[in-house]
Design a protein around this ligand. Structure first.
Ligand code: AMP
Length: 211
């Protein structure tokens, strides 16, 4: 199965895409995670991407499409793209790449939420760099404030989860990523789900939508 998760930052796409990929036993490809890993490894792509990511801007389409081409060439049987495509040009590029491989997107899960909920979620988001666990002080707080339940390390916030950058990322989503919604709606692939509901409820709706 080939799926795309679409939605504004903070809509829960990462959490839901991970849960669904585990259930379906297919690859979860978060382009944000791939890029953060490139930065950690100080690759050429990582160095190029960092300045865009720190400002809440999108990494240019040609870099993203080259990265996706490399990932697709490793030919995962099934996959969920989380955070890609984020522009109409990326959606077209992905369609062309998949056509060449004789594949196509089966469904696009579109998670929606109100701006005030998105803001609250992003402001409350923390992670443990050691064990890669995610927390949220509003919905999934650690037992001890600021400390990872599992390994006791100090929790961190993503460098692009500051108020100023969050607001900019929401603007960028509205301007650049909204057209992707229309791209997939026209192809009859869009499954819209209210992402402001409790995570378990969203997971069962997502499961129902990909049937
Ligand atoms: P995310 O983890 O999905 O919130 O992505 C974090 C950042 O990575 C974004 O704000 C962008 O700077 C960059 N990024 C991730 N995916 C893409 C994409 N498909 N196109 C351009 N930039 C991306």
């Amino acid at each position: 199965m080939h799926l795309v998760f679409l939605g504004p930052p903070g809509s829960g796409k990462g959490t839901q895409a991970k849960a669904l990929a585990d259930k379906l036993k297919i690859a979860h490809i978060s382009t944000g995670d791939v890029l953060r890993n490139e930065i950690k490894m100080a690759t050429e792509l990582g160095l190029l991407a960092k300045s865009f990511m720190d400002m809440g801007e999108l990494v240019p389409d040609d870099l993203m499409l080259k990265m996706i081409k490399d990932i697709l060439q490793k030919k995962p049987d099934g996959f969920i793209f989380d955070g890609f495509p984020r522009t109409a040009a990326q959606a077209e590029g992905l369609e062309n790449l998949l056509n060449e491989l004789g594949k196509q997107i089966d469904a696009v899960i579109y998670l929606t939420a109100k701006d005030e909920d998105l803001l609250k979620r992003l402001q409350g988001r923390y992670y443990c760099a050691d064990c890669d666990l995610d927390y949220n002080i509003n919905t999934r707080p650690p037992k001890m404030a600021g400390i990872c339940d599992s390994c006791g390390e100090k929790l961190r916030q993503r460098s692009d989860d500051t108020d100023e950058v969050i607001l900019h990322r929401l603007d960028v989503y509205r301007e650049r990523t909204k057209p992707v919604e229309e791209f997939y709606r026209l192809r009859g692939l869009l499954k819209e789900i209210d992402g402001s509901q409790p995570p378990d409820r969203v997971t069962s709706l997502v499961m129902g939508a990909v049937g």
